[in-house]
Design a binder for this molecule. Structure first.
Ligand SMILES: [Zn+2]
Length: 383
């Protein structure tokens, strides 16, 4: 009853919607329990001086609410841990014989995440190989986007590679990021029920990686749907685009995607990050990444409101600056590519002699890509 007087409850009462009814009822019960009975009409209590005097101390209410919320959270976690589904998933994970600690814990299930957790299994000769766990919370995904989310996670499995680097360390590369994980001893726990769901900091290239990755997931899902293949989606409402926030960053990366998609794909699935940076330059990738990170920080809905209503604000200007910077960085990538591989102009001119004018630009792009890819390959063979 006391929580009916919290700030949150007050907001609901002020809005006077359907949900305010329960709160008002609890407040009336509170006043009655303190000996003030003005009937069952809440308005009668609102202006009553005695009711005002009986109002509980706001600090006490806030503390009580905090405690109440914590208890609720604990209750929910206990509920999830005790569900057959949690036990089943946990036992499934444990039976795989994994040797890196998995993200699976009660709070993780409660948060309903979809993700790939890189992991490893031991080979008969004692070495380790990549064995990822894909966590899917299919009922939790919006109806129209189930397929694109599932494909997104499956593609993470495609791109994740790795190798053992020492007795107790394993190197992973996923997307544009790479990192090292500790290999657990044989008797160490792989799943810890009450572990905190680690919302650790983003990986360095996480947002850019996820943006490019989602673009690929959209393309693959669209291809499947065009062929009439639907995994979890209802064909009538299925959609490919619009299911994640990552897609917003395409405002910054669209030119990069258009000019370098083949290299991006090669780079993301390769074990060696240099497969991409050798073509576009590490510094340029850093710069583009920085643009995406800065763009991710902008208050998106305020920006969209300004943008749609054609308002010239500091916010819209800063977004346009980021877009321009993103495009300029891609121009720098081309310069890097040209300089590094010093592609002979005459050779290109000769090759496109017979190409119709409107197709010349894409033909030049294709030749440059081929040349830099070949040289890239040689570089890695030497390593
Ligand atoms: Zn992802």
């Amino acid at each position: 009853m006391l929580i009916a007087f919290s700030k949150k409850s007050q907001r609901i009462v002020d809005e006077n919607g359907i949900t305010s009814y329960n709160i008002k009822e609890n407040r009336i019960r509170y006043f009655k329990s303190r000996g003030l009975d003005l009937g069952n009409n809440y308005e009668a209590y609102e202006e009553n001086d005695e009711a005002k005097k009986l109002m509980p101390d706001s600090e006490l209410v806030e503390n009580l609410e905090k405690i109440y919320e914590e208890c609720e959270k604990d209750k929910e976690i206990e509920y999830y841990v005790n569900t057959g589904n949690y036990e089943e998933c946990k036992n499934n994970i444990l039976s795989q014989g994994l040797r890196i600690q998995d993200a699976f814990c009660a709070q993780f299930v409660q948060n309903g995440k979809n993700c790939l957790s890189p992991n490893i299994k031991q080979n008969p000769d004692g070495t380790f190989r990549v064995f990822n766990i894909i966590h899917l919370n299919i009922p939790g995904i919006l109806e129209e986007y189930k397929d694109v989310h599932v494909i997104h996670e499956i593609l993470h499995a495609v791109e994740t590679t790795g190798k053992q680097t020492s007795d107790n360390e394993f190197y992973f590369k996923t997307g544009l990021d790479n990192f090292t994980e500790r290999i657990l001893g044989e008797d160490e726990q792989v799943v810890i029920d009450d572990k905190k769901d680690d919302d650790t900091e983003n990986r360095k290239y996480e947002l850019l990686s996820e943006n490019l990755h989602q673009e690929l997931a959209i393309r693959v899902t669209r291809k499947l749907h065009e062929k009439g293949i639907f995994l979890f989606d209802d064909p009538i409402i299925a959609r490919e685009k619009g299911g994640t926030e990552y897609e917003r960053y395409s405002r910054i990366t669209v030119k990069f995607q258009n000019d370098y998609m083949d290299n991006i794909i090669d780079g993301m699935v390769a074990e060696d990050p240099r497969v991409l940076t050798d073509v576009i330059g590490e510094e340029n990738l850093e710069k583009l990444n920085e643009c995406v990170q800065n763009y991710a920080k902008i208050p998106y809905y305020t920006f969209m409101d300004d943008y749609i209503n054609k308002r010239d604000t500091e916010l819209t200007r800063s977004v346009f600056r980021l877009i321009t910077k993103g495009e300029e960085t891609v121009v720098k990538m081309h310069e890097f590519q040209n300089k590094k591989y010093s592609i002979p102009i005459q050779k290109i001119e000769k090759a496109i002699e017979k190409v119709p004018a409107e197709k010349k630009e894409s033909a030049i792009k294709a030749i440059k890509n081929d040349l830099s890819k070949d040289k890239g390959k040689n570089l890695h063979e030497v390593k």
